[in-house]
Design a protein around this ligand. Structure first.
Ligand code: SF4
Length: 376
């Protein structure tokens, strides 16, 4: 089973925290869809008939596409690949795009899951992030999607925002829970270089939340979602009734995937490939049939480090047996040596040969992963 990722690089405005590749210039949108369909056709033999279990439209903002454009991309995919009958097709959507006409149109496509960029139910947060929607649209969009018959809905939330109190965050989490969605992705704000928030931080216009408050927000998230029947299956991802995101899960399980569109990444166990992060260069290269990607062959060390970064973050953890079967003994010894101190500090726990993060460990997972990495 493999997956497909489609990068739609258009956004009506740019959010202050976002470092994904996107453009606010929609002039080349029609050309982009043609180029994307061309890329799909060129690469149709790359998965050698492996069945596609998940198709994910990310971005950017896929909900700025017309229904005919979404259908045309899906049509090309099903002509070029062996798509499973029960494929999960997710479309990321901004709340303000989820108007009745769009939802009605989506219902008539094979898209069967929406990932809505809610982020917050508070106007002050949304304004500070430069989101296009307001709190009323955030709530209404989820109800509208459900009313339109879309059963599988995920929402994104952000915490750790400047000035966000524990009470503000609790209100967001409780509102999300009350909406009865199947999946929640909740990310702590990261100040990425090149974003407006990063500049504000450097200039002292905003302040990072104290670590203690961030940790309290994280703990609150875990406890409220647990109470509401959500299972945490990755640091930032929670699902009810095992409605895990197939796209995310496949990525963490290091299944093969193809990424189409500017900045999209692909992975086939032995190598990674990434398309150019420029719509102009992408369109030009497709037009001239020139290369528009770079490739990196993964060394055993890269593969070990990939396993650390993708596995430790999930509830399925790191399997000692998998390590011993797939990696040279120097990697296994390094892992066991580095993991030992985190077992002692109870940031990790070991059960039936599987190493997993404790709640405390989840919060410092980046540091733990860094130390588990093998660097020659
Ligand atoms: S967060 Fe989403 S909508 Fe906002 S700029 Fe980034 S890709 Fe666009």
């Amino acid at each position: 089973m493999a997956g497909i990722y489609i990068h739609i690089p258009f956004c009506k405005t740019k959010c202050h925290y976002c470092d994904f590749y996107k453009t606010t210039d929609f002039g080349a949108k029609t050309d982009f869809v043609s180029a994307l369909n061309q890329e799909i056709e060129w690469r149709k033999n790359e998965l050698q008939q492996e069945e596609i279990a998940s198709i994910y439209f990310g971005g950017g903002t896929p909900s700025v596409l017309k229904i005919e454009e979404i259908s045309s991309i899906l049509h090309h995919l099903s002509n070029c690949f062996s798509v499973a009958d029960d494929v999960e097709i997710t479309l990321e959507a901004n709340p303000d795009d989820l108007i009745p006409e769009f939802l009605e149109g989506i219902k008539n496509t094979p898209v069967n899951r929406l990932s809505i960029g809610t982020q917050s139910f508070h106007d002050a947060d949304l304004k500070s992030m430069n989101r296009r929607h307001n709190s009323q649209q955030a709530l209404a969009s989820i109800q509208a999607a459900r009313d339109a018959g879309i059963q599988n809905i995920s929402i994104d939330l952000i915490y750790g925002l400047p000035n966000q109190t524990l009470a503000d965050w609790k209100d967001n989490v409780l509102k999300a829970v009350a909406l009865d969605v199947q999946h929640i992705s909740a990310y702590h704000l990261t100040y990425h270089e090149g974003t407006v928030f990063y500049e504000y931080l450097k200039k002292g216009k905003i302040k990072e939340l104290p670590d203690e408050l961030s940790f309290d927000q994280f703990k609150l998230l875990l406890s409220e979602l647990k109470k509401a029947g959500f299972e945490q299956y990755e640091i930032s991802n929670f699902a009810r009734n095992q409605r895990y995101s197939r796209h995310n899960k496949a990525y963490w399980e290091r299944k093969k995937y193809l990424g189409f569109g500017p900045s999209a990444h692909s992975f086939d166990h032995q190598s990674r490939r990434w398309n150019v992060s420029s719509l102009r260069k992408y369109l030009q290269a497709i037009d001239e049939k020139g290369p528009f990607w770079e490739t990196e062959v993964l060394s055993p060390q890269d593969q070990y480090n990939d396993y650390m970064i993708t596995s430790l973050r999930t509830k399925w953890g790191i399997s000692l047996n998998y390590l011993q079967t797939n990696f040279a003994s120097k990697y296994v010894s390094h892992f066991q040596h580095e993991a030992e101190k985190y077992l002692e500090s109870k940031h990790l726990y070991l059960e039936d040969g599987i190493y997993r993060l404790s709640d405390e460990g989840l919060f410092i997972s980046d540091k733990i992963m860094e130390e588990l990495f093998y660097m020659e």
